[in-house]
Each structure stands twice: as structure tokens, then as C-alpha cells.
Design a protein around this ligand. Structure first.
Ligand SMILES: [Zn+2]
Ligand SMILES: [Zn+2]
Length: 324
């Protein structure tokens, strides 16, 4: 899929799509917002030349100056959003803003061997056959994901980022897809910059990890917040713009409700591991990355069912078995 051209969206907001080294999603939407006589950039993509070049050319095409960027805000700690932050902050000398939870999570973002060993532990307790050699648990740090620096300015839910002229971005903490995830609501237009929290056609992956608690529960609560806020026009980090953000949040809630019902049913029919539930819930022949994501998403669903009292678990031979 080819990357769409940059465009000005009105109200001082400019969209600059930057290609990603993935098949899906093929690009990330970065947004340059006119602010206090300069520019604020939301998200920046992975650190590779085509992405850097797209930002350079996008600014040129739209008549914007990179030297005017005083702030980079990143929605969450995934490489397709924060990957190029160290390079851009170094080149531009700009402020780097993220949610306060990112301050502690940068270390684990930078620690690939640590992630790999957590993943192998999760894999063996949740029933992946041959967890040490299974390609689904093998992660290598890609070249486009260099180590990053922590943000130098932290925000929390309810904070505002001043844009000048009485206009601001209102910070909405929307954990679930990633614990430090924020969405930003423009006080002038009501537009929501949703990062990966809601996306137009796909439902963002909700990945289980050790020590994060009920990530799916966090995610569903973050969707409910958008519904309560009656969010309208939404500018997501991937894909096309969304007309009605609260409606999209409802659709994604429904998708998870259905999946929870189906998985609870599978557990009721027989005692099972997360890996077995994953094999029955997703299409066959997933590649190793897709299998890993589907596996972690399955655990987040089963843990949510357990923590809300709908199923139980027990440990047999060092494996977590879910049961009615
Ligand atoms: Zn993400
Ligand atoms: Zn993303």
C-alpha cells in the first residue's frame, strides 16, 4: 500500500505520513500542529532513512520549517511512534513530551534481552510447545529501533499542553495498548489525536506482559472514556481519519466482548492453556510475529476473564491451566 501524500487538514494541523519498515501498518501518521509561533510534532515513526526523508519532504511540501519544531509529543512507547525520537530531539534540540509512566518504561523499551527472557517465561507458563526454540518467542532488536532517551517533560491525565492564543491540547491517559499511552484533545476543534488507542479498520493489539495487571481491563476502560467524552472527529496514528471516534470505540468494545464470550466458552468446554485457546481463536498459519501477538492478546483476554471472576486458573506442572 503506498503512503499517502502530506496534507494540511485546517485549523493549523498538518498530516505527514511516514513510511514504516512493516507490511502492516505501512505508515505512521505524524501531525505537525502550529503552536506558539512554532510547531509541535505528534509521533515520529521508526528510525530509518525513508521515514526521516518523508518528514523532511513533508515539511518542505507544506511550507513548514523543521527548525520551528519546539516540542515532540509521543503517544506511546512503540517503535513506530517513538523510534526516531532520539535522532529528532538531537537534531532539533526540542522538548520531548510523554506520559509520566514512560519515564520508568524506557528502560524496558531499551532492554531487548530482558524482553526476550520475559517472553520465554510467559511462553513456557502459558503452554507454547518448545518455548525456547519456538520462532514466536524469538525477538531480535531491529536496526530501526535504536536505544532512546527518556522524555524530558512528563504529563499526566488532565494536563494541558499550551498551543498559544488560548488553545491547548488536553492530555487523556488511555492505557491498554501500552501503559503510557496518551491521546490528545484539541481544545479549539474538539479533534482527538488518538495514537494507536483507536484505529480506523483494525483493532490495536492488547499485549499481556508480566507485572502490568489487567491490560485488557485498562483498555476497555479507556474506550469507555472516549464514549463518555462523546469524541467526534479523530486523527489516528495509522490509516485514514475517523469521523466519529466514540462510534469507533463502541465497535472495538463489541469486538472484544465477542472475543471474551468465545474464549470463555472454549475454557468452559475443557481445561486449557492460553496457547491452545489462541490456536482455536485465530486463523491458521500465522507467521512468528503474528503468532506472538495473537498469543499475548489471548492471555490478556483470559487474564481479564479470570480477574473479573468469569473463569479460574490453576498451575499444573508449572503451566497455567484455565478452567471453568
Ligand atoms: Zn502501538
Ligand atoms: Zn502504531
Amino acid at each position: 500500500m503506498s503512503v499517502p501524500p502530506p496534507q494540511s487538514l485546517g485549523s493549523g494541523i498538518h498530516l505527514i505520513p511516514a513510511p514504516l519498515p512493516y507490511e502492516s501498518p505501512p505508515w505512521v501518521n505524524t501531525y505537525a500542529v502550529e503552536s506558539n509561533g512554532g510547531l509541535l510534532l505528534i509521533d515520529c515513526g521508526t528510525d530509518w532513512e525513508p521515514g526521516r526523508e518523508a518528514i523532511r519532504q513533508g515539511f518542505d511540501y507544506l511550507g513548514l520549517e523543521e527548525s520551528a519544531v519546539h516540542t515532540l509529543v509521543v503517544s506511546h512507547l512503540h517503535p513506530d511512534h517513538v523510534g526516531m525520537s532520539a535522532r529528532l530531539v538531537g537534531e532539533w534540540g526540542c522538548r520531548f513530551v510523554m506520559h509520566e509512566r514512560a519515564a520508568n518504561l524506557v528502560d524496558s523499551y531499551n532492554d531487548s534481552p530482558g524482553y526476550m527472557s520475559r517472553l520465554k517465561r510467559i511462553a513456557s507458563t502459558h503452554g507454547i510447545p518448545d518455548p525456547i526454540t519456538n520462532p514466536a518467542t524469538h525477538v531480535e532488536r531491529p536496526y530501526y529501533m535504536p536505544l532512546i532517551e527518556p522524555p524530558d517533560h512528563l504529563v499526566r491525565d488532565g494536563d494541558t499542553i499550551d498551543l498559544g492564543d488560548g488553545r491547548s491540547l488536553h492530555v487523556v491517559h488511555t492505557p491498554g495498548h501500552e501503559p503510557a499511552h496518551i491521546s490528545l484533545r484539541d481544545s479549539r476543534t474538539g479533534i482527538l489525536f488518538s495514537g494507536d488507542h483507536i484505529l480506523p479498520r483494525i483493532s490495536p493489539v492488547i499485549m499481556y506482559d508480566l507485572d502490568l495487571g489487567d491490560v485488557l481491563g485498562d483498555y476497555l476502560a479507556s474506550l469507555q472514556r472516549l464514549i463518555a467524552m462523546e469524541v467526534g472527529v479523530t486523527y489516528p496514528a495509522h490509516g485514514t481519519l475517523i469521523d466519529q471516534g466514540d462510534e469507533r470505540a463502541r465497535q472495538i468494545l463489541l469486538h472484544h466482548d465477542r472475543r471474551l464470550l468465545d474464549m470463555a466458552e472454549l475454557v468452559r468446554s475443557e481445561d486449557t492453556t492460553a496457547w491452545q485457546v489462541m490456536l482455536k481463536s485465530f486463523r491458521p498459519n500465522l507467521d512468528p510475529l503474528q503468532s506472538r501477538l495473537a498469543f499475548l492478546e489471548t492471555i490478556s483476554h483470559l487474564e481479564h476473564l479470570k480477574l473479573t471472576g468469569r473463569i479460574r486458573d490453576e498451575t499444573r506442572d508449572e503451566k497455567v491451566i484455565y478452567r471453568a
